[in-house]
Ligand binder design. Structure first.
Ligand code: 5U1
Length: 678
């Protein structure tokens, strides 16, 4: 507790506090940034106690960059938004040596550079990208990447990470500097944290990246302070009152001089061969690194060349992330069960002896469908290779037949749904088997409502999958239409749901009533109707009533809608149960603005676009809508017939194919320019 009217600090106390701050930050830098402790931990703790005592006696002496401020400030209600002064870029990916060679070749061609390029190669940390701003040498603001333009204000949380200097170490530091880097949870800390959480019966993190992201996004900075987080800085976003060194490798050294922690594995390499040698080196070193990496990054070292190369959409042309392949591990199949999805599809899932793969403990892996199960011949008791790439659902890659045990059991498709007991049917030669129970099956009821509420459908915030399960299991809701009769008082009685959250959820449900026709059609979850089809249907039938009345033949006239989809759509609306539900949804007040008329003679008439990567200012759905409005078409694959490829951040193979075929490529700015013509 601070005294009510603290006495004015003596000159001696002020001087000692300044001296202690200086010493503690120095020891902190040596310990955390340089990994080269100067004094024993006990000495550091002793000095910290002394500083705390002075600051508690004279609170006027507390400054934001005091090492005592790292313990975590008071909790906040929500993160504020931070507009990045310079966009936080993302990286394009390369998944093979060939793609890295293409990257290098494109650079040399663009620069008309005959000689080999010099690159800085760095590990690609599996953490959370952050930005940290310093004014006059003092840390003043920290932010997440967000969408690259605007992030969340995590200043108080970043302050708790000891590897981040609260004050820069050089007197000649630039007046303003905004650095960019990655916060991560080292593997040892991650394992320790999970062991302790599990001993307390609390939730554990699935991997170090989630652990870092979850810890940084705590509204209570004291929680962040208790997490073993670390940080590497890898670049500068903004600099004022100072200059960027001419080479990226020198920038890293300059950042180190200013007090930042730089990844010790960063290295300058000559030419693409040097990059590939570094990749192979890191692929081996990876297993013994104290932190998780998912690839390496190559950056053109010469900053002048970087400037000449520029950006494509949100990613620089002068850098690329070379990703490690999916990770694999061996484990044993303990059982094979069938999960029932939204459309009744039965997915065989292998229950596994838990195995650590790609930084995550995996105990379930998908077998996709019966054909895959048969083709791979997976049996209970088999030793299998499981594979996991990034955030993708782990899958059983193959069986090791030489390890098959006697009595390994074949699993056959159940004739009855494991959830509701309805017959399981397989249509014609389709790989997918489905439960025929429709909404009588609880799994399908849950799936339908979860899809309806999902972000790209009605976007009901706060209505997560678990909550839907709870509501369906409790018999509170049966169909999406029932959501609109839920009452806040009723919801507040649910486990872990307070009055405020219940009211917020009701407000979100109410808010979702204002939507668009394409979203509504997509939200209905009609089989085979994805966002693009929903949009095409809404463009052709601007009135829902017209679509509801239309037969298969008429629906088939919608551009890009084939007989199979047309049949599904017609059957959906002809079904009396569905029709009653749609009526109830409309009666509940779901509305959308009238669709603007199609521009048959629009500026992009007869043009075919392919979208790849993430656009910053438009969702894929909005971009498609904008193209269709102008009379153009959006296609999934690049061919000679493609008029334009619109490439957003992290564009993948479609961009490469467009380059090979010489198809015009539009970055976001060029695309938006094109859209100005209606
Ligand atoms: N090591 C490293 N990771 N990383 C991520 N460097 C690096 N650089 C990045 C990103 C997004 O971006 C700059 C090239 C702009």
């Amino acid at each position: 507790m601070c005294p009510q009217n603290p006495a004015a600090p003596t000159d001696g106390a002020a001087a000692r506090a300044a001296e202690l701050r200086e010493l503690l930050e120095r020891y902190n830098y040596r310990y955390h940034a340089l990994d080269d402790p100067e004094v024993p931990d006990a000495e550091y703790d002793r000095l910290m106690l002394e500083l705390r005592a002075i600051e508690s006696q004279f609170p006027q002496l507390i400054v934001p960059d005091s090492p005592t401020m790292r313990v975590g400030a008071a909790p906040i209600a929500a993160f504020g938004a931070v507009k990045h002064r310079a966009a936080m870029l993302s990286l394009d990916n390369a998944f093979s040596e060939e793609e890295v060679r293409d990257f290098d070749r494109r650079i040399r061609e663009r620069l008309a550079h005959g000689d080999a390029i010099r690159y800085t190669a760095e590990p690609k940390l599996d953490g959370l990208a952050i930005s940290a701003r310093y004014e006059n040498g003092i840390f003043v603001q920290g932010a997440t990447r967000g969408d690259g333009e605007t992030g969340e204000d995590i200043t108080q949380n970043l302050r708790t990470i000891k590897a981040l200097p609260l004050k820069l170490r050089a007197a000649d530091a630039p007046r303003v500097i905004e650095v960019r880097g990655e916060v991560f949870m080292p593997l040892a800390g991650f394992r320790r944290f999970n062991e302790e959480a599990s001993a307390r019966g609390e939730k554990t993190f699935i991997n170090p990246r989630n652990a870092a992201a979850g810890s940084l996004r705590q509204l209570d900075p004291r929680m962040t302070a208790a997490r073993p987080l670390d940080l590497f800085i890898y670049g500068i976003g903004v600099i004022e009152g100072g200059e960027l060194p001419p080479y990226h490798s020198e920038t890293l050294q300059e950042l180190r001089r200013l007090g930042f922690k730089i990844c010790p594995q960063s290295k300058v390499v000559e030419s693409v061969e040097g990059c590939l040698a570094y990749y192979r080196e890191m692929a081996v070193a990876r297993a013994s690194l104290p932190y998780q990496i998912d690839g390496v990054v190559y950056k053109v070292d010469d900053v002048r060349l970087q400037r000449r190369l520029g950006f494509i959409s949100r990613a620089p042309r002068w850098a690329v992330a070379h990703k490690f392949p999916a990770e694999e591990a061996l484990t044993v199949v303990r059982g094979i069960e069938f999960q029932v999805g939204r459309t009744g599809a039965l997915t065989p899932v292998a229950r596994l002896e838990p195995a650590f793969v790609g930084g995550v403990t995996v105990s379930n892996a998908t077998l996709h469908n019966m054909d895959e199960l048969t083709r791979k011949d997976v049996r209970v008791g088999d030793t299998v290779v499981i594979r996991r790439a990034g955030d993708v659902i782990p899958e059983v890659a193959r069986v090791l037949p030489e390890r098959r045990v006697d009595g390994a059991q074949l699993v056959t498709l159940p004739s009855e749904c494991p959830i509701c007991g309805s017959p399981v049917l397989r249509e014609g030669d389709q790989a997918v088997a489905r439960c025929s129970g429709g909404r009588r099956c609880a799994a399908q009821r849950k799936g339908e409502i979860q899809h309806f509420a999902s972000r790209r459908a009605m976007d009901i915030q706060g209505l997560g999958d678990k909550l839907v399960e709870q509501l369906v299991d409790g018999g509170w809701i049966q169909t999406p239409a029932d959501l609109f009769s839920l009452q806040a008082e009723q919801l507040a009685t649910l486990e872990r749901m307070g009055e405020r959250s219940a009211q917020k959820l009701c407000d979100a449900i109410e808010g979702a009533k204002h939507t668009t026709l394409p979203r509504f059609l997509y939200a209905l979850g009609i089989r085979d109707v994805g966002e693009a089809t929903a949009l095409a249907l809404a463009q052709y039938f601007p009135e829902l009533a017209q679509l509801r009345r239309a037969g298969q033949e008429e629906i088939q006239r919608v551009p890009d809608v084939g007989p199979v989809v047309a049949k599904q759509v017609a059957a959906y609306f002809a079904d009396t149960e569905n029709a009653a539900m749609v009526d109830r949804l409309l009666a509940a007040g779901i509305t959308w603005p009238d669709s603007p008329p199609l521009h048959a003679g629009g500026s992009q008439r007869d043009k075919t676009f392919v979208l790849t990567g993430t656009l910053e200012s438009l969702t894929r759905e909005e971009a498609t809508e904008a193209i269709v409005q102008r009379g153009g078409k959006v296609s999934a694959g690049v061919s000679k017939k493609t008029s334009y490829v619109v490439a957003g951040a992290e564009a993948g193979s479609k961009l490469k194919k467009a380059e090979q075929l010489g198809i015009p490529i539009l970055d976001e700015a060029a695309f938006l320019e094109l859209l100005k013509k209606v």
